[in-house]
Design a protein around this ligand. Sequence first.
Ligand code: ZN
Length: 227
Amino acid sequence: MESIEFDGVKALIIRKKIKNAYIKIKSSGEVVITAPLRYPSVLIERFFGRKLGWIKKRKAAVLARPAKIKNLYIDGEHVELFGKKYALNVYNAKKSYVVLNCDSICLYVKDGAGYDKKKKAMDAFYKKQLENIVPAFINKWLLEIRAVAPAPITLCFKSMKSKWGSCRVNERKITLNTELAKKSVRCAEYVCAHEVLHLRQIRHNKDFKDFMKRAFPDWKALEEELK
Ligand SMILES: [Zn+2]
């Protein structure tokens, strides 16, 4: 198998009957260059070199995504809530609901319920848990960024595959990933502050990053936890 390495980044080369070379970054972080059949390797090297900055950025972003499936929600599995581990007990019931105990979480679902049903019930549970803490964080950080005329914020929670949160500035709508309830409360606040800060600064520029670093001196550990 043909491959190429430059500046610590490795890429696999696949030849196909195509006209132009392109790069793909797999969810595992693996870099693949697909090139035309008789494309000279010197051109692939040049292409790779030109795209290296972009590849590094994309690779970091891909690896920072939450894993696709973290829990299967089966009886006896460990699930997390705000950074603490709980034993998951699954019981049969007519209606799905979730009960939080000291060190266990009980998931009640219909007999034979599959992953999707269980995930739906757990997502609703995680949403409820986030709703208990998130509004206070949003208000706190709206004050911190001195948002002028703090019009109400629309808060949404949903299970997302590729990000922890998003902010639609024009609609003043913040969406948070329900998976965030599995991380520490500090992490949840960090993501809330990040999304609120977008109301003042859309881009992740130097001001944005400096503000976040000042506000969260432990930002490195938090970023690590969110990986
Ligand atoms: Zn952002």
